[in-house]
Design a protein around this ligand. Structure first.
Ligand SMILES: Cc1ncc(COP(=O)(O)O)c(C=O)c1O
Length: 439
C-alpha cells in the first residue's frame, strides 16, 4: 500500500483533511455559505444596498408604515404623499360598500372558513363570486382561490407535464415563471408581443409535445401595454394550443366598461382557455381566480394542489370584498374610465415634458424610462423627498438597460397632482448627476 492511498483511507475513515486540503477545499458543512444565512449571496446584496443608501444619504422609503388607505394618496409615517405605488386602481379597497360587505362576512362566518373549500370550507360568497365573474366575462365556470401569485403558479404547474410545452411572452410575471419552474415541461419564451415568433415556435414544435400552453398578459405589469389577444386566439386555435391570459392589471381597468381583455377586444371569455386574475389590484382585496371551461375548473378544484387542495379557502371577508368590488365595477364603469383618462393625461403631459413613457397605452401602468438604474433610484428618492411615491424597477425585475420608475394611475388622481409629478420628474432629470452607469 503506498503512502498516498493509506493517507486517503485514514482521512476518509476519520473524516480528516490535510492542512492543504482545508485551505483549498473546506468540507461543505464547514462553509458558512451553507449554514449561516448572513453568508447567503442575497443577504450580501441586501447589505450592500443598505450601505449604498447610507453612502448616498438617500431617504429610506421602504417598509414605511401607512395610516388609512393607500390609493391616490397615502400617509407614510405621518407624512402625506401623492401615491403611484398602489395598484388599488379603483380605490375600492377603502370604499364604504366594500368595507361593509367584508365586515358583514366576518359577522356571518367569522374570520376564517376553518378548512379547505371541499371539506366544509365552502361559503355562499365563493359560489356567488364565481357565478357573477362568469356572467361578467362570458366564461363557463370559475374557481376563486386564496392568493393571486399562488393561483397563477399552481395552475400552470399542475397542468403541464414533462411531455408538454409552455410558450410564454418574455415579459410574463414572476408567478407564471414560478409555475413553469414547477414542471419539467419544455419551455420557450418569445420576444415581447412578437406573435410571428410565437407562430414560428408553434410551427416548429407543436407536434413534438402533447399539451401546449401559451402564456400572455392582458396588461403587462412593467410596460403597461396590452397583448393582442384576438391575434393570439386565432393562432392558438390553428395550432390547437391552450391560451392562458393573466388579467392582474387588465381586469377592472381596460375596455369601455373596464372589464378587462374581453371588454377591451369585444370577445367572450369562452374564447380564452384559462383566464387568470388577481384580486389584489382593482378588486382591492387578496386572492386569485381562474375562469374557463367547466372541465378545466373541475380539474383545478379537485386535483390541483395549491389552487384549492391542501390549502385554506379564501377568507369570507376577502371573498365578500371581491364580490362587492365586482358588482361596483359593473355598476360604475366610470371608475375605470377615469383610470384610463388619467393615464392618457399623464402620458400626454410626460411626453410634452420630454419624458419616455415607453409602450404604455390604454392601461393604468405607466413607466418613465431612465434606462440607467442609478438614475431611476436617484430620481425615485428625489420624488419621495418632494412628497411623491413611485418606486424604481431595476434589474433583475427588468433588463439592465431598461430601468424605470413605475406609476400606477389611480381613478382619484387629480390633474393637479399629475402636473406636479411631471414637473418634479422633468426638473429632477434635468439636474440629475451625470449617470454613474448601470449598477
Ligand atoms: C401580472 C401579475 N400577475 C400575478 C400577480 C400576483 O398577484 P397577487 O398580488 O394577487 O399575488 C401580480 C402581482 O403583482 C402581477 O402583477
Amino acid at each position: 500500500m503506498n503512502f498516498k492511498t493509506s493517507l486517503e483511507r485514514l482521512k476518509s475513515g476519520l473524516n480528516l483533511n490535510t492542512p492543504g486540503d482545508i485551505e483549498s477545499k473546506p468540507s461543505l458543512a464547514m462553509q458558512p455559505a451553507f449554514h449561516d444565512f448572513a453568508h447567503f449571496p442575497e443577504y450580501k446584496d441586501f447589505t450592500t444596498m443598505q450601505w449604498y443608501y447610507d453612502k448616498q444619504k438617500y431617504t429610506r422609503n421602504q417598509f414605511l408604515r401607512h395610516m388609512g388607505a393607500s390609493d391616490a394618496t397615502v400617509e407614510l409615517e405621518g407624512k402625506q404623499f401623492i401615491n403611484y405605488s398602489s395598484y388599488n386602481y379603483l380605490s375600492l379597497a377603502s370604499d364604504p360598500r366594500v368595507k361593509a360587505a367584508a365586515k358583514k362576512a366576518i359577522d356571518d362566518f367569522g374570520t376564517s372558513t376553518g378548512s379547505g373549500r371541499s371539506i366544509t370550507g365552502e361559503v355562499d360568497l365563493h359560489q356567488l363570486f364565481e357565478r357573477e365573474l362568469c356572467e361578467t366575462l362570458g366564461s363557463e365556470d370559475a374557481v376563486v382561490s386564496v392568493g393571486g401569485y399562488s393561483t397563477n403558479a399552481f395552475t400552470i404547474g399542475y397542468l403541464c407535464r414533462p411531455q408538454d410545452l409552455i410558450i410564454y411572452d418574455e415579459l410574463v410575471h414572476n408567478s407564471a415563471l414560478a409555475g413553469c419552474k414547477m414542471t419539467t415541461a419544455r419551455r420557450f419564451s418569445f420576444p415581447h408581443n412578437d406573435y410571428d415568433a410565437l407562430e414560428k415556435l408553434l410551427a416548429q414544435h407543436r407536434d413534438k409535445y402533447e399539451r401546449v400552453i401559451i402564456l400572455i398578459e392582458g396588461v403587462y405589469s412593467m410596460d403597461g401595454d396590452i397583448a393582442d389577444v384576438p391575434r393570439v386566439i386565432e393562432i392558438k386555435n390553428r395550432y390547437k394550443a391552450f391560451l392562458m391570459v393573466d388579467e392582474a392589471h387588465s381586469m377592472g381597468i381596460i375596455g369601455p366598461r373596464g372589464l378587462g381583455v374581453t371588454d377591451y377586444f369585444g370577445i367572450s371569455g369562452n374564447q380564452i382557455d384559462i383566464l387568470f386574475g388577481s384580486m389584489s389590484k382593482s378588486f382591492g382585496t387578496c386572492g386569485g381566480y381562474v375562469a374557463g371551461p367547466k372541465p378545466l375548473i373541475a380539474i383545478l378544484k379537485n386535483y390541483a394542489p395549491g389552487v384549492l387542495l391542501y390549502g385554506a379557502a379564501p377568507t369570507p371577508a376577502n371573498t365578500a370584498a371581491g364580490l362587492e368590488t365586482l358588482r361596483i365595477m359593473r355598476e360604475q364603469p366610470e371608475l375605470a374610465r377615469r383610470v384610463q383618462s388619467n393615464a392618457a393625461y399623464f402620458i400626454a403631459k410626460a411626453k410634452a415634458a420630454g419624458l419616455n413613457t415607453y409602450n404604455s397605452k390604454d392601461s393604468g401602468v405607466v413607466p418613465i424610462m431612465t434606462r440607467d438604474s442609478e438614475l431611476a433610484l436617484w430620481l425615485s428618492i428625489q420624488l419621495f423627498d418632494a412628497g411623491i411615491c413611485s418606486f424604481p424597477m431595476l434589474y433583475p425585475i427588468v433588463p439592465r438597460d431598461k430601468s424605470r420608475l413605475r406609476f400606477f394611475i389611480n381613478t382619484n388622481h387629480t390633474e393637479e397632482q399629475m402636473d406636479y409629478t411631471i414637473d418634479c420628474l422633468a426638473k429632477g432629470i434635468a439636474v440629475a448627476p451625470k449617470s454613474k452607469g448601470v449598477m
